[in-house]
Design a protein around this ligand. Structure first.
Ligand code: ZN
Length: 222
């Protein structure tokens, strides 16, 4: 089985479509590590693709904040403002899908969570030092996570934690959308980037009145 693993789409339709075009014919199944909304101008369109393409997903902190199950007080002001905007535009049907997202997806040989196994919604696995408790909780060889918006691959004993990076708001200095392919027969993980029309997204964000800080950071990739 060839899996396309994505995370942190954040309502960025152009980035999501660019990634889907790359995964077409290469992935048998696409899976999402959470945060389909927040920040970006097209939350409804992104959730509708998740539904239409049958992409199983875990809940991220922004998804939970949208349905009032994660405190907005833990977000910076720009992020909170984007969630409040998303709450105004999201459809009831899409809200239902988000309400029903699980915290963990389990597959043969790997699991998926947004943050970590200790704190699925809030912990950032940024380095080996913070990842050790999650490695100790792993009972499968691989765990895919999102949340940090930075691609990362950590190995510990015979286990591996992998973050594909973010589709809709990369923060590693490269503004291109990130994703990965995992072939469980070959036991092969490959990380990829694809450029997309950032200007088009920025125009829509401006039109929606989303915070300038969120608009600017897409180009910087930070
Ligand atoms: Zn995120």
């Amino acid at each position: 089985m060839r899996y396309g693993i994505i995370a942190d789409i954040h309502g960025n339709l152009e980035a999501f479509e660019a990634v889907l075009a790359k995964l077409k014919g290469k992935a048998d199944q696409i899976l999402c590590a959470g945060d389909m909304v927040g920040y970006g101008p097209n939350p409804n369109e992104c959730v509708e693709i998740i539904r239409g393409e049958n992409i199983p997903s875990v809940a991220g902190n922004h998804d939970k904040a949208l349905v009032n199950e994660f405190p907005l007080g833990l977000f910076n002001e720009a992020a909170a403002e984007a969630i409040r905007w998303t709450q105004k535009v999201i459809t009831q049907e899409n809200l239902e899908l988000i309400k029903n997202l699980p915290l963990k997806l389990e597959y043969p040989g790997f699991d998926i969570v947004h943050g970590s196994l200790l704190e699925p919604l809030s912990e950032y696995l940024t380095s080996m030092a913070v990842a050790v408790p999650t490695f100790n909780l792993m009972n499968k060889p691989r765990l895919f996570v999102g949340h940090t918006h930075k691609p990362l691959r950590l190995k510990y004993q015979d286990k591996e934690i992998i973050n594909p990076g973010s589709v809709g708001q990369p923060r590693d200095g490269d503004p291109a959308a990130a994703y990965l392919l995992y072939d469980d027969e070959k036991q092969e993980v490959q990380l990829f980037r694809v450029e997309y029309d950032i200007e088009a997204v920025q125009k829509k964000m401006k039109g929606a009145g989303l915070p300038q800080r969120l608009i600017s950071r897409l180009v910087a990739g930070r």
